[in-house]
Write a protein that binds this ligand. Structure first.
Ligand code: ATP
Ligand code: MG
Length: 398
């Protein structure tokens, strides 16, 4: 008797025209995430089947729960389309699995119209069998377990409850975006949400040694490692930002330091994005969270680029962002104390409603364009990110 993992697709089933593109990409992504396992993957219009060694199944399910584009995962048993075989298998499964449950419901789907019993009648047959042979009682509205029986041309699949998948679209279906990744709480969450909608990521981090310590950079790499579990393709571009930042500090009004610094970040991000084939910039700005994230600030800052800027957490409360950060396992790393460049250069009274003309005038005080070129020429790219990162020891970051 074969135990097989069955994947049900997420939202992609609604995209009729390019459905095969979605499914092929999803299959590739699944293949990539399971590269260390001995598996056979078969894709179909409405689902994918994965056969593997029995002892790998639990680990594989955990991996699959991080693949976007999957709505649910079920561990099913495959038998022939034969009434007695199905009955025996149902009882065998329940013998192993039913102890902790009280109620059940049978859900038969008969896709193979050659099968001689109709779905409703088959529900009754199996229902009667379960009532007679186990302690379980029927509850059609809110059962503890659903006994799913899918009778398809290629065989009958029997499974109990479904395991939730990650939802979303297969990563890469939208192409790439450049994520401005800082060591904070918001930007890794923004990255996760972008990946969920099918945007693959490269990351850009503005590093300001010696004002920021190497730990701050390592923290960013660690965060990239964690979100890379949803992609496998992520790279981090580290921009040496110190010189440009010091020039800003010398040449612009104190209250405008952050505004101008962020205009420079956007300018650099746009250039790197174009160079790397990224279509959009993504960041962790959240409306009103700090002075540089008021709508007036966004107007003055965003003015330097025509590239779309996606802000996945723009309309979320901090507490909602934190909840998500905990869920995706980035929170504990994000709250490690190493300061990033923004925290160190923060003025006492940052402007909350910057005036665009003032920004433009202040930027005339120094040759920022050549400094930007220098930043990009000296960029360091980190490509060997891990996809199963576990932080066992905080010292690993140092
Ligand atoms: P986060 O918690 O993500 O760091 P934040 O609340 O600290 O965000 P800001 O420091 O104002 O907010 O930054 C807003 C966004 O700008 C960040 O979410 C990130 O996308 C980007 N950003 C800020 N600093 C850097 C940096 N040093 N390198 C790359 N991106 C940055
Ligand atoms: Mg920050």
């Amino acid at each position: 008797m074969e135990k097989i993992i069955l994947i049900k697709y997420g939202e992609l089933t609604t995209k009729k025209g390019n459905r095969h593109v979605f499914i092929n990409l999803l299959k590739n992504n699944v293949k990539k995430i399971l590269k260390d396992y001995d598996v056979t993957i078969i894709k179909e219009r409405s689902r994918m089947y994965i056969s593997s060694k029995k002892e790998d199944i639990d680990e594989i399910v955990l991996k699959l729960q991080k693949v976007f584009g999957i709505q649910s995962i079920v561990i099913s048993y495959k038998v022939n389309n034969n009434i007695d075989e199905i009955k025996n298998k149902v009882l065998e499964i329940l013998k192993e699995e039913s102890a902790k449950f009280k109620t059940f419901k049978v859900i038969t789907k008969r896709a193979d119209k050659n099968f001689e019993v109709k779905s409703m009648d088959f529900n009754n047959i199996i229902g009667g069998l379960v009532l007679k042979n186990t302690h379980l009682k029927v509850d059609v509205h809110n059962p503890d377990i659903k006994i799913n029986i899918e009778i398809r041309p290629e065989g009958t699949f029997i499974y109990l409850n479904e395991i939730a998948g990650a939802g979303g679209y297969p990563v890469g279906i939208q192409g790439k975006g450049l994520l401005m990744l800082s060591g904070g709480i918001d930007s890794p969450v923004a990255g996760y949400l972008a990946l969920k909608r099918g945007i693959d990521l490269e990351c850009i981090y503005f590093d300001s040694p010696p004002h920021t310590k190497v730990m701050a950079k390592n923290k960013v790499i660690e965060l990239a490692n964690i979100i890379n579990e949803y992609s496998g393709n992520i790279k981090v571009h580290v921009i040496p930002f110190t010189k440009l930042q010091e020039e800003i500090y010398k040449n612009v009004d104190n209250s405008y330091i952050i505004t101008i610094m962020r205009r420079m970040m956007y300018r650099i991000a746009e250039k790197v994005a174009k160079k790397r084939g990224c279509k959009v910039i993504i960041n962790g700005e959240s409306i009103g969270q700090v002075a540089s994230q008021t709508l007036d600030s966004m107007v003055a800052i965003n003015h330097v680029t025509n590239m779309p800027v996606i802000r996945p957490v723009a309309c979320m409360d901090k507490i909602e962002i934190i909840d998500l950060a905990r869920k995706i396992n980035t929170y504990e790393t994000s709250i490690l104390p190493y300061e990033d460049c923004c925290t160190l250069f923060i003025p006492k009274h940052p402007v909350i409603n910057p005036v665009l003309e003032k920004c433009i005038n202040m930027e005339k005080n120094f040759d920022y364009e050549s400094l930007i070129e220098e930043c990009i020429n000296d960029m360091e790219t980190i490509t060997n990110l891990k996809t199963d990162f576990k932080l066992d020891n905080i010292d690993d970051l140092l």
